[in-house]
Design a protein around this ligand. Structure first.
Ligand SMILES: [Zn+2]
Length: 493
């Protein structure tokens, strides 16, 4: 080896060593900034708020796909309960009922040039699955408070949130709240009906748009505060702020055929042709692609990982992003945040074993990443199937709304307040898998965030829409304080 080659090898080794040093230094020293703001102590007795949540849960405001089956008297009862419980809101804010039972309240700001903010919640809850009523530890519409939990349908989704917002605003108004920015409270009545053509939130948003209203920000359900403790790896409470949500699409695939007796079948029946199409679709999943907000989330959470070898990866996401994306794409639960997903869920064909099907159908449910339109998804399905005998029909669809930025004052304020005063909380953006009413507001608002300031855990969250849905009593005060602080501060600038 001559001297020039030795020099070249030395330079290469030096660069590699320097590169490794950068990775190790980042792994050793990167950390998240911690908030230092403390909430003001609530001066309202938390037991009164607990009673209000309990009472809200005793009113079965159940929404139904067929609106004729909805017991609207319960919504009227709920409205009467709100009127009785929050007199200042009803006295000082302009109330309007839209589309029958959606409720809107508006407090004008002192500066009409500033766009108002909107706090969203829905009054409706999902039904209790028939036959499971007896499985509940306390009846689903009892609102029973055992000192540790308040039990009932809607305890987590989302009468807890609705009542906390009402409590926060009521208490601000009692103290003479006169904000610079206007404030809306917008309470839909059929959020639980997926992709409803009759969405009350869509009606409210359309009404505001037609009235020339633009909103500074919208805060809705979604997100969460969940302790994450994996021994030796991470020990933090994760706070997710939903900056995005997925689009929704139900597509029916159908094949028509002659039918007849199964003793003289063609090479492929309608069901056979349909099955081939389904196989082709399952063979071609969407490519995993990590969106920037998931990258931001992993970057933030990664800095709180404790185990050193793992930190080499989690603190150097800029380098490992493609590898992490690839790995996430292989794990179904993780894959759902890095790509659009397709699931074949329903199928029907002949009604008898010896009868050829004259028509075979299947239904697919797709959850689309932001940026993937319903139209492009249908075109992609047609291309993959490549068989004109298979017809596609969109049954239900909702486009994914645009992603809200993490650089806005609204996001920063919510993040500060949700992580405030604690060294054990990590606040990060993420994508909400289900649909929320907030999606209808993107035409009149750019800053849409989904939060749940109630600290729960994964096992409790799994009771949402299920048996024994319940809210930890200890989570209530902080949640009300969050809304109070958020509204007071966000309406002030
Ligand atoms: Zn909900």
């Amino acid at each position: 080896m001559n001297s020039a080659q030795i020099a070249a090898v030395s330079v290469c080794c030096g660069v590699i060593l320097l590169f490794l040093l950068v990775l190790i230094l980042r792994a050793a020293f990167c950390k998240n900034k911690r908030g230092d703001k403390q909430f003001e102590k609530s001066d309202k007795d938390s037991s009164v708020i607990q009673e209000h949540i309990s009472e809200a849960l005793t009113i079965p405001t159940v929404s139904q796909v067929n609106e004729d089956e909805v017991d609207w008297a319960q919504f009227e009862k709920f409205e009467e309960f709100l009127r009785r419980t929050y007199p200042n809101i009803h006295e000082k804010m302009q109330k309007m009922v839209i589309g029958g039972h959606a409720l809107t309240f508006f407090l004008p700001g002192s500066d009409p040039l500033l766009e108002p903010i909107a706090m969203l919640a829905h009054q409706d809850v999902v039904p209790v699955t028939p036959g499971t009523e007896g499985d509940w530890t306390h009846p689903a519409f009892s609102g029973h408070n055992d000192g540790e939990f308040i039990w009932g349908r809607g305890a987590l989704d989302m009468k807890n949130h609705l009542i906390a917002v009402m409590e926060a605003v009521e208490s601000l108004l009692v103290k003479g709240f006169a904000p610079k920015r206007g404030l809306y409270i917008l309470l839909g009545c059929n959020e639980e009906i997926v992709a409803s053509e009759n969405s009350s939130a869509a009606k409210i948003a359309a009404f505001l748009k037609n009235s020339g209203v633009r909103l500074k920000c919208v805060l809705d359900e979604g997100g969460g505060v969940i302790p994450l403790n994996v021994k030796g790896i991470i020990d933090k409470t994760l706070v997710g702020i939903g900056v995005a949500e997925k689009g929704y699409l139900d597509v029916e695939l159908s094949v028509e055929a002659k039918g007849g007796h199964s003793s003289a079948p063609p090479a492929h029946t309608a069901l056979g042709i349909l099955s081939k199409a389904i196989c082709a679709i399952e063979k071609h999943p969407y490519k995993a692609k990590m969106p920037d907000f998931i990258y931001d989330m992993l970057n933030i959470v990664g800095k709180d990982v404790k185990s050193f070898p793992l930190r080499l990866v989690t603190c150097n996401m800029w380098l490992f992003r493609p590898l992490i994306t690839f790995i996430m794409g292989k794990i179904p639960a993780a894959a759902s945040v890095v790509r659009s997903c397709t699931a074949v869920t329903m199928c029907s064909a002949s009604t008898a074993p010896n009868v050829l099907p004259q028509r075979a159908t299947a239904v697919m449910n797709l959850r689309l990443m932001p940026g993937v339109s319903v139209k492009s998804a249908v075109e992609r399905l047609n291309k993959i199937i490549g068989d004109k005998r298979v017809k596609l029909r969109v049954v239900k669809a909702n486009e994914a709304p645009p992603v809200s930025s993490v650089q806005t004052d609204t996001y920063k304020l919510a993040a500060k307040l949700l992580g405030s005063g604690t060294s054990d909380r990590t606040v990060a953006p993420y994508i909400v898998m289900g649909a929320t009413d907030s999606r209808y507001y993107h035409e009149i608002c750019d800053e849409i965030y989904r939060v749940s300031p109630f600290e729960t855990d994964v096992s409790l969250l799994l009771t949402t829409h299920g048996t024994n849905e319940r809210l930890p009593v200890a989570s209530i005060s902080t949640a009300v304080e969050f809304f109070r602080a958020f509204i007071a501060e966000r309406c002030a600038f």
